[in-house]
Ligand binder design. Structure first.
Ligand SMILES: [Cu+2]
Length: 302
C-alpha cells in the first residue's frame, strides 16, 4: 500500500521510505512485528524501553552528522570550484581545525558511551529472581524447564497452518511463523531469569519486546532476565542461523496474572497437560480483547 502510494520506481520508493521514516510516527507491534513497521517493537520491560530510547538517541546523532557532512561537502564543492578559485590554496595544516575534528568526535563518542554503559549495567545487573526458567534449543524447537516450580518442562513447536486455523476459530490469535503448540507462561511484574543453552548447534533466545537476546551455546549456560510490565502474548524467534528450519522455531511467552501462573505451574507439576492447556486458552481468550486494542493503538503510541 505504502509502496503503491509512494511511487512507481525503486528510487522513488527509497526516497519515499526515507521521508516516511523521518516524518511519520513509527508503527510497531507489541510482542510481535506489525505490517509496515518502522523502528523497534514496543517495549514491555524497562530494559526494552531503555534500548528503544538509546536507539532513538543514537539515530538523532547519526542523522545530524550525515546532514552536516552532506552540507559541508556541497559547500566545499561550490565554494572551491575551479571558476571561483582558479589558484587553489596550498594550506596543509590548521591546528585549530585539527584539534576540533579530533576532540568533537571523541566528545560525541563519550556522549553515546554514557547511556550505553548505563544500559549494559541494567541488562547485566540481575535482580533477585521470582521465577527461573532453563531454555534449551534444539533443531528445531525450544524446550523450557521450570526447576523451581516442580521441574516440569514445556516443548514448543511452531504451529502449522491447519493447527493455526483451529486456534483462530476458537478466537485465539495465532500469527504465522510465530504461534506455537505449547506457549511458556510467566507471571506479570515478576523477575524472570532465563538460563539459556542448546542441545545441538548454536541458537539464540530472543524476544524483542523484552529487550532479551542471548546465544544458546551447547555445553554452556548463558542468561538473560526480564520483568514484563504488561500481560499478553510476546513472540520472538531464534536469532542465530542454526540450519534449515532456523526461521521456524519461534518463542512464545504468555504473560499472565500471578494466580493464573501458579495454577498453570501446578497443573503441569501434576502432569495434567490438558488442564494446563485449558488455563492458557482461557487466559488467551481473556487477553485477546486487550491485545486487539493494543494492536490498533500501536501506530500512534510511538
Ligand atoms: Cu535455532
Amino acid at each position: 500500500m505504502l509502496r503503491r502510494l509512494l511511487g512507481v520506481t525503486p528510487m522513488a520508493f527509497i526516497a519515499g521510505s526515507a521521508f516516511a521514516a523521518m516524518v511519520l510516527p513509527a508503527a510497531a507491534g507489541m510482542g510481535q512485528p506489525s505490517p509496515g513497521q518502522m523502528g523497534l517493537q514496543l517495549p514491555a520491560t524497562q530494559v526494552a524501553a531503555e534500548i528503544n530510547k538509546l536507539h532513538d538517541f543514537v539515530n538523532i546523532i547519526i542523522v545530524a552528522i550525515t546532514i552536516f557532512v552532506m552540507l559541508l561537502m556541497a559547500y566545499v564543492m561550490w565554494r572551491f570550484r575551479e571558476s571561483a578559485s582558479p589558484t587553489p590554496s596550498k594550506t596543509t595544516h590548521n591546528t585549530a581545525i585539527e584539534v576540533a575534528w579530533t576532540v568533537i568526535p571523541i566528545a560525541i563518542l563519550v556522549v553515546i558511551a554514557i547511556p550505553s554503559f548505563k544500559l549494559l549495567n541494567l541488562q547485566y545487573d540481575y535482580p533477585k529472581p521470582d521465577v527461573t526458567i532453563k531454555a534449551t534449543a534444539y533443531q528445531w524447537y525450544w524446550s523450557h524447564e521450570y526447576p523451581d516450580h516442580g521441574g516440569f518442562s514445556v516443548d514448543s513447536v511452531m504451529l502449522q497452518d491447519d493447527d493455526r486455523q483451529v486456534m483462530i476459530k476458537k478466537g485465539i490469535a495465532a500469527p504465522r511463523n510465530l504461534a506455537v503448540d505449547n506457549e511458556i507462561v510467566v507471571p506479570v511484574n515478576k523477575v524472570v531469569h532465563m538460563l539459556v543453552t542448546a542441545g545441538d548447534v548454536i541458537h539464540n533466545w530472543t524476544v524483542p519486546s523484552f529487550g532479551s537476546k542471548v546465544d544458546a551455546v551447547p555445553g554452556r549456560v548463558t542468561a538473560t532476565w526480564f520483568k514484563v510490565e504488561k500481560e499478553g502474548i510476546f513472540y520472538g524467534q531464534c536469532s542465530e542461523l542454526c540450519g534449515k528450519d532456523h526461521a521456524f522455531m519461534p518463542i512464545a511467552v504468555r504473560v499472565v496474572k500471578d494466580n493464573v501462573f501458579n495454577e498453570w505451574a501446578a497443573a503441569l507439576k501434576a502432569k495434567d497437560k490438558k488442564k494446563a492447556k485449558e488455563i492458557i486458552e482461557k487466559a488467551a481468550l481473556e487477553q485477546s480483547g486487550v491485545s486487539k486494542v493494543a494492536e490498533t493503538a500501536a501506530p500512534s503510541v510511538r
